[in-house]
Design a binder for this molecule. Sequence first.
Ligand code: SF4
Length: 354
Amino acid sequence: MKTFFTAQLLEWNHQHNSRTMPWKGIKDPYHIWLSEIILQQTRVEQGLPYYERFITTYPTIQDLAAAPDEAVFRLWQGLGYYARCKNMLAAARQVVQTYEGRFPDTYEHIQSLKGIGPYTAAAIASFAFNSHHAVLDGNVFRVLSRYFGIDTPVDSTAGKKEFAALAQELLPAGQSAVYNQSIMDFGAGMCKPQQPLCHQCPLAGKCVAHRQQIVALLPVKSKKLVIRKRYFYYIVLDYKGQVFIRKRTGNDIWQNLHEFILLETPAPMTAQELQASPGFEALLQKVSYTVQGISPAFKQQLTHQTIHSQFLLLSAAKKPAIADYMAVPTKQLDNYAFPKTITDFLENKSLGLF
Ligand code: SF4
């Protein structure tokens, strides 16, 4: 059953796999690494232009390592999950400092780089150096759990161990690059999360889930995703063409990005309720202002949270001083990197805000 699986998968890849991606088949570890980092938690169509922009702007890892943080963050803008960008920059500098600018070529050394876990290390080691390491991503978990009928939760320690051992066992000697690519493409195109193409699947004859009609039940996850709702009100306080922003320092996905004066509330509020809230008064103590308008609501869906944001536009009569925030000319906002919602707001010219 295992030999059949590997052989059929390689055959399918050879005969039918039409999935094309610009980084497919390349051997440059820097390019592979960039594509893998960009594609974490990002769809291929969304990540593709970023990948192209990065390799054009920074053709070598030395170029990336030498780039100013702010420039790299700006290029990343819109992809979200900025910890990835921060780690990417740190890893590029690690390669330059520790490995004299040469991307490491062993799984262990690759995994020692900032932001690289077992999956990414296996992908780079196998795609760039054909080393014998099986990749294990969502596609691989799904294909293996269905074909072999494994119901151990994929997010449990036992599950990760079991699937990792099986994936490694299935890896054909000397063909890890092509095999790893095949199983990921197969998961993405054939054994899809919803409506897999079982009727055309070359593995269907031996696939346990298909034979037992339990395809929709696999893979199993032990933890249910709890999605938290958050309400962000950005106060865009203008004084003679300047607005107040700050750099976020908290250790979250927006770390090092900039934002307007932010008030987070436990529930949605009207502009009036917001202005009467204690948090608002604490932020804008003694500021004399007039309300210019409030934007429509923006919604951003993240893995574990839904962010609802609105922008309240105020105009100050006298130059205010807001602790931790700096006044920046609105014409220079382009020089700062912002979270996706603020970028969407700034780019939405139809709001006629600036
Ligand atoms: S038969 Fe269906 S469930 Fe089984 S491996 Fe093929 S596509 Fe996936």
